[in-house]
Ligand binder design. Structure first.
Ligand code: 8X3
Length: 258
């Protein structure tokens, strides 16, 4: 993917899961990576791994909770000048918290998901878009979910946030056609990362049950698609991708080997 050589790629939520896998794959393709996440220690480990494996790649890390618009503005404006012209933004930071019916969902869960997955994504997008518009180029890749395609039991808030990502993606695509900035949305289904452990509040056995009898996708599988989308010819936009585990037809229809 020589088209990625020397490009500046900003990835949010880069300390684990899909974001971390994207960081390695972009670095392997020769792109410079700007990585943000809440956990400084984990981010440092990702940075060390990249420096050890791909020493020519520039890596800049910053601790960031995308829920704070002030923090987002500060982090984006503090990117070193050699990396500050962001070519590709991977809006990856996000999570599900709790698996509950609407009647029982807590304020904390509502706020965490909406503030991170929707508001945080908007703050980062807004901060990066300004420069992309000035430079008249850029590519924004949204980590959506098949949860945008249908609501499901005990998933109301998460589904709402991913539906919002889908809506933001479509509006943004319309707003940026003349620039032209590329907009991609990737909607994975079942991927095994820390996602389910966090969703179930650390309950590993409940998280494991999500993947019972089926081989889920890996973070690397999704990162491969992100990198593929990011490395197409300038005339070509991979606009919308649904990814499913083999054995999964939708959020609610899964074939499990007993
Ligand atoms: C996660 C996929 O099916 O748990 O984005 O909503 S699902």
């Amino acid at each position: 993917f020589s088209r990625l050589l020397g490009k500046n790629v900003l990835i949010t939520g880069a300390s684990s899961g899909i974001g971390e896998a994207c960081a390695y794959q972009f670095a392997a393709a020769g792109a410079n990576v700007i990585l943000t996440a809440r956990r400084a220690d984990r981010l440092g480990e990702v940075q060390s791994k990249i420096s050890a494996n791909w020493p020519k790649v520039n890596v800049h890390t910053a601790t960031l909770d995308v829920r704070s618009s002030a923090e987002v503005e500060k982090v984006i404006s503090s990117i070193p000048t050699n990396l500050s012209a962001i070519d590709i933004l991977v809006n990856n930071a996000g999570m599900a918290l709790g698996v509950k019916p609407v009647s029982e969902v807590s304020n904390e869960e509502i706020d965490a998901m909406i503030d991170t997955n929707v508001k945080g994504l908007l703050y980062v997008t807004r901060a990066v878009l300004k420069g992309m518009k000035e430079r008249k180029s850029g590519h924004i890749i949204m980590m959506g979910s098949i949860a945008a395609l249908t609501g499901y039991m005990n998933g109301s808030i998460y589904c709402a946030t991913k539906s919002a990502v889908r809506a933001i993606t479509e509006s943004l695509r319309a707003e940026t056609i003349g620039v032209p900035i590329k907009i991609t949305e990737i909607k994975p289904g079942m991927v095994e990362t820390e996602f389910s452990v966090i969703r179930y509040g650390g309950d590993k056995s409940k998280a494991d049950a999500v993947y019972r009898g089926i081989e889920p996708m890996t973070a690397e599988d999704v990162a491969e698609t992100v990198v593929f989308a990011a490395s197409r010819h300038p005339r070509c936009v991979v606009a919308d991708v649904v990814m499913l585990a083999n054995g999964q037809a939708s959020v609610t229809l899964t074939h499990r080997k007993e």
